[in-house]
Write a protein that binds this ligand. Structure first.
Ligand SMILES: [Zn+2]
Length: 407
């Protein structure tokens, strides 16, 4: 049986205790004490960390009712069963958990009052804490009302007190939720605002919570999950938002008030630029297709064979060009691209007896590529840019052989 020192006093972070059990476990060991100030993971709140003698406390868990196990990185030097060890809880982590957990009680009570939404569960995460409310799709306005009420309670610096009660006494208390434990029940009261059964660590006045800020809300399985930050986390959150805004203001050279309009202008410009580039690229492809066709030798049956390597061109641009050549008359396009990657696009006009899939399979190894397509249009990308010219030349030779010589 381990007595919990934090039940009466969450500010007590240093303590001495009698060592009841010490056993090796994994790389370290596990210790059980007659009393502890370390909070064990429960009720949505993670465990404390700190030291026991010269050992680090890595994890604290309640293995059986009232049996709290401390997982340590090694056995404390000089520790003996029945002897005394000194414990010290990490202050910053405990403080943060107190701010978030007390903030949760206040926010949950505010949601019950302002939104008629009850809290079903609480999770204290490493970056944000969250509560699941029993109503789906709570509007941002409703949540803002709850946030305002919660922060008024914070500013009023109301006392937060732990008390212990029997089940009979608890039945007469105005608890927000029925207790989930039997026996002696610990109750946390935020004076004049909230009464909840809870085993967590809490601040002594709501003022210590500093601020409660709702930072996200989403619908989940018929509930609303509300994410929030309190105290030091709220300050960190506000600072990060400020830094993001500063960076945006500097990048766009505008004031905070003008930021939305400046961003909308920028997006509109980008869109019209994109359209313009596409039109230009199409026009360029038309010119280039005509130029390549005019310079191409004529094979049997009047088929023009365009075989060329274009540097700095990606697959998409080659595809456009090949499509233009293919549509321009009796023509075959055998195009290689040396952009970021090796690219091949082969295309032929309808009515020419040539399955380009077979041809592609033959030349693919030259660029160590992968690809495919239809008999009249295939494309492939590969890793060997230095193999592109040889692949195009091999394709040209094969097509010439298939079609016969020029008339
Ligand atoms: Zn609680």
């Amino acid at each position: 049986m381990t007595q919990r020192l934090f039940f009466d006093d969450a500010e007590r972070l240093e303590f001495a205790a009698r060592l009841l059990a010490l056993e090796p476990a994994g790389d370290g060991c596990r210790a059980v004490l007659d009393q502890t100030a370390f909070y064990a993971t429960a009720g949505g709140q993670p465990h404390d960390t700190g030291t026991l003698g010269d050992a680090r406390v890595l994890e604290v868990l309640e293995e059986a009712p009232d049996r709290i196990v401390h997982r340590l990185d090694h056995a404390p030097t000089g520790a003996v069963i029945g002897g005394t060890v000194a414990g010290r809880v990490d202050r910053a982590r405990r403080r943060d958990h107190m701010e978030q957990h007390s903030g949760q009680h206040v926010l949950s009570a505010a949601c019950a009052e302002a939104c008629r939404a009850e809290t079903l569960s609480f999770h204290l995460g490493a970056d944000v804490a969250s509560i699941d409310l029993d109503r789906p799709g709570l509007s941002p306005d409703k949540l803002a009302t709850a946030e305002e009420l919660a922060n008024r309670i914070v500013r009023e610096c109301r006392p937060v007190r732990p008390t212990f009660h029997t089940a009979e006494e608890v039945a007469r208390l105005p608890l927000r939720k029925p207790p989930q434990v039997a026996g002696s029940i610990r109750v946390i009261t935020v004076e004049g605002f909230d009464v909840s059964a809870c085993g967590g660590t809490h601040v002594r006045s709501t003022g210590e919570i500093g601020q409660i800020r709702v930072v996200g809300a989403e619908k989940t399985k018929g509930m609303t999950r509300v994410e929030f930050v309190c105290g030091g986390r709220a300050l960190g959150w506000a600072r990060r938002q400020g830094a993001t805004l500063d960076a945006l203001r500097a990048a766009l050279g505008t004031s905070e008030a003008e930021l939305g309009a400046a961003l909308a202008r920028l997006l509109a410009e980008r869109e019209s630029g994109r359209k313009e580039r596409k039109e230009l690229a199409e026009a360029l492809a038309n010119y280039q297709a005509a130029e390549l066709l005019a310079a191409a030798p004529v094979a049997a049956g009047g088929v023009r064979v365009v075989a060329t390597v274009l540097d700095g061109r990606e697959m998409k641009e080659l595809s456009w060009l090949a499509e233009k050549i293919r549509k321009a008359g009796r023509a075959v396009a055998l195009l290689g691209g040396r952009g970021e990657q090796a690219a091949l696009v082969l295309a032929r006009a309808d009515g020419i007896d040539l399955d380009l899939r077979t041809l592609l399979t033959q030349i693919l190894p030259l660029i160590e590529g992968k690809g495919g397509g239809r008999p009249e249009f295939v494309q492939a990308g590969g890793t060997r840019r230095d193999g592109v010219a040889a692949a195009v030349e091999a394709a040209r030779t094969a097509v010439a052989g298939k079609l016969g010589n020029a008339e």
